[in-house]
Ligand binder design. Structure first.
Ligand code: ADP
Length: 456
C-alpha cells in the first residue's frame, strides 16, 4: 500500500496535534472558568451570611419563633436568604427567597451546595447561628442562572470555533507544507532527468541557505563523483581498446602475411616468433588491465605478512641486473647486510620494484647506468631506484601515475609501454602505507624512492 505523501502526513500530524492542544485548552479553560465562578459566588455567599448573621444577632432584633418577620433590617435588597429554627420551622425568609422553597438543611458547619430549583441552578450556603441561647439555621443563596447561561454560551462557541479553526489551520498547513516541499519536488524532477548520457546536468539549488540547499549541494557533489567515475571508466575502456588494437593487429597481419603463400620452415618460425612475442605483450597488457579493474571494484586485495624487504630487493636486483646488462647498461646496488622487516606482500613488492627497475632500464640508453639502494633509518626503510636516463619533464611529472599516461618523449622515442606500470605501482605502494616520490631532471636522470614503515 502506498504511504500518503509527506505533505499529507505533515498536515495530518500538525492538525492532530493542534486539535489535541485546542481541546485540552478548551476543557481546561471551561473548567477553570466554572471553578472561578463558584469560588467568587461562594465568597460572596459567605460574606452575605456574615452580614445576615450580624443583622440577626444585633441587639433589639428578635428573630422570633414560628412566625415570619419583616423587619426593615432583615430585608437587605434582593438578598436571597432564609432563617429556620433548630426544628426546621421557618422563622424568616427574604422576599426574593420566599417563592423558591429551599429545604432547610442541618449543616455541621458551613456547607455549599448547588440545588436545582424550578430548573434553575441555585448555589446555597447553609450554616448555624446561635443567638441568645437558641440555634438557628441560616441559608443564603445565589441564583447561578446568568453564570451558567454565560458559560454554556462560551462553551458552545468553543465547540463550534475549534473545528472551524482546525479546518482553517489544516488548509493553511497543507498549503505551507506544499510551499516548503516544492524545492524537494523540483530536485526530484531534476534528478529523475539525469541519466548516463547527460551526467553533466546538475540539480538546481533553491538558494534558501538551509537544509534543502545542503541537500542540493550533496546531490550535486554525488553527481560530480558519479560523472568522474563514468569518465574514468569511459577513458579506461577507450585507452584499453586502443592499447590492445595495435598488438592484435600485428598478430593478425603477421599471420595473414605468413599464410599468403607457402614459405620455408624458417620463415614460419620467424612469423610464429613475432606472433608469440606480441601475444606475450597482449597477455601482460590484459593482466595489467584486469589487475586495475580488480583494484577498482575492490576485489584485488593483498595479504600481508612480516617480511624482509632487503631479501625481496635482493631477488629483484638479480633480475634487474640481467635486464640492465642485456641493454648494455651499468648496474650498481647498495643493499644493507642485515634484514629490514616490513609488513608487506611479497608478490606485490616484487611487482612494484620490478616496475620501477624496468622503467629505469627502459628509459636509459647506453652508456647509462641504473642503481638500486636500500637504506633503513629513523623507523623507516627506503628503496631508491636511480637511473641516468631521459628524465621526466616538469609538464609530465604530475601525470605519470595516471593510467595510460605516457610522456611525449616516451611516445615519440618509441619506448614500448602502455602507461599502466606506475598506476599499478602506486596502488601497491599505498596498500603498504608507502608513497612514491620522484626526483628527476629531463635529460639527466630519475630517482624513484619508496619509503616503508619498519616493523620490529
Ligand atoms: P610506461 O612505462 O608503460 O609508459 P609507466 O606507468 O610505467 O608506463 O610510466 C608512465 C610514464 O612515466 C612513462 O611513459 C614515462 O614517460 C615516465 N617514466 C616512468 N619511469 C621513468 C623513468 N625511469 N625515466 C623517465 N621517465 C619515466
Amino acid at each position: 500500500m502506498n504511504r500518503p505523501s509527506i505533505r499529507v502526513r505533515l498536515t495530518a500530524w500538525y492538525s492532530l496535534l493542534l486539535a489535541v492542544a485546542m481541546v485540552a485548552f478548551a476543557v481546561m479553560e471551561i473548567a477553570m472558568t466554572r471553578r472561578s465562578i463558584y469560588e467568587t459566588v461562594d465568597e460572596q455567599l459567605a460574606d452575605d451570611a456574615k452580614y445576615v448573621q450580624q443583622l440577626l444577632t444585633a441587639p433589639g432584633v428578635q428573630p422570633g419563633s414560628g412566625r415570619r418577620q419583616s423587619s426593615a433590617e432583615l430585608q437587605p435588597g434582593s438578598l436571597l436568604f432564609q432563617v429556620a429554627d433548630d426544628t426546621g420551622g421557618m422563622v424568616y425568609s427574604s422576599p426574593a427567597m420566599e417563592g423558591l422553597r429551599v429545604p432547610s438543611s442541618v449543616p455541621e458547619s458551613g456547607t455549599f451546595e448547588t440545588l436545582q430549583i424550578h430548573n434553575s441552578p441555585l448555589r446555597v450556603y447553609s450554616t448555624q447561628v446561635v443567638d441568645r441561647g437558641r440555634t438557628y439555621r441560616l441559608q443564603v443563596a445565589y441564583d447561578l442562572d446568568d453564570f451558567v447561561e454565560a458559560t454554556n454560551h462560551y462553551e458552545s462557541l468553543m465547540w463550534i470555533g475549534i473545528p472551524l479553526l482546525l479546518a482553517g489551520a489544516a488548509l493553511a498547513g497543507y498549503w505551507l507544507s506544499g510551499l516548503a516541499l516544492a524545492p524537494v519536488n523540483a530536485m526530484t524532477q531534476a534528478a529523475r532527468e539525469i541519466h548516463p548520457l547527460n551526467l553533466t546536468a546538475r540539480v538546481a539549488s533553491p538558494g534558501t541557505h538551509d537544509e534543502l540547499d545542503a541537500l542540493a549541494a550533496t546531490l550535486n557533489a554525488m553527481l560530480q563523483r558519479i560523472e568522474g567515475a563514468f569518465d574514468r571508466i569511459r577513458l579506461f575502456t577507450v585507452n584499453a581498446s586502443h592499447e590492445l588494437r595495435t598488438p592484435v593487429a600485428i598478430v593478425r597481419s603477421r599471420a595473414e602475411i605468413a599464410l599468403r603463400r607457402p614459405r620455408t620452415e624458417l620463415d614460419y618460425r620467424a612469423a610464429l616468433q613475432d606472433i608469440l612475442s606480441e601475444s606475450e605483450h597482449i597477455s601482460s597488457l590484459l593482466e595489467e588491465l584486469m589487475l586495475l579493474a580488480r583494484q577498482d571494484v575492490g576485489s584485488e586485495t593483498l595479504n600481508f605478512s612480516r617480511l624482509d624487504l632487503v631479501a625481496v630487493a635482493n631477488e629483484v636486483c638479480r633480475e634487474g641486473q640481467i635486464l640492465a646488462e642485456s641493454r648494455h647498461l651499468g648496474w650498481s646496488q647498495n643493499l644493507p647486510g642485515g634484514a629490514a622487516w616490513v609488513e608487506g606482500n611479497r608478490d606485490g613488492l616484487r611487482r612494484l620494484f620490478l616496475i620501477l627497475i624496468d622503467n629505469a632500464v627502459k628509459y636509459t640508453s647506453e652508456p647509462g647506468c641504473v642503481h638500486v639502494g636500500v637504506l633503513a633509518q629513523n623507523g623507516r626503510v627506503r628503496i631508491d631506484i636511480r637511473d641516468t636516463g631521459i628524465g621526466i619533464s616538469p609538464v609530465d611529472l604530475p601525470n605519470i601515475f595516471e593510467r595510460f599516461y605516457r610522456s611525449q618523449a616516451a611516445r615519440s622515442d618509441g619506448y614500448v609501454g602502455a602507461g599502466l606500470g606506475l598506476a599499478i605501482g602506486q596502488w601497491i605502494a599505498r596498500a603498504h602505507g608507502a608513497e612514491i616520490t620522484v626526483e628527476t631532471e629531463a635529460g639527466t636522470g630519475t630517482c624513484f624512492q619508496v619509503s616503508f614503515p619498519l616493523v620490529i
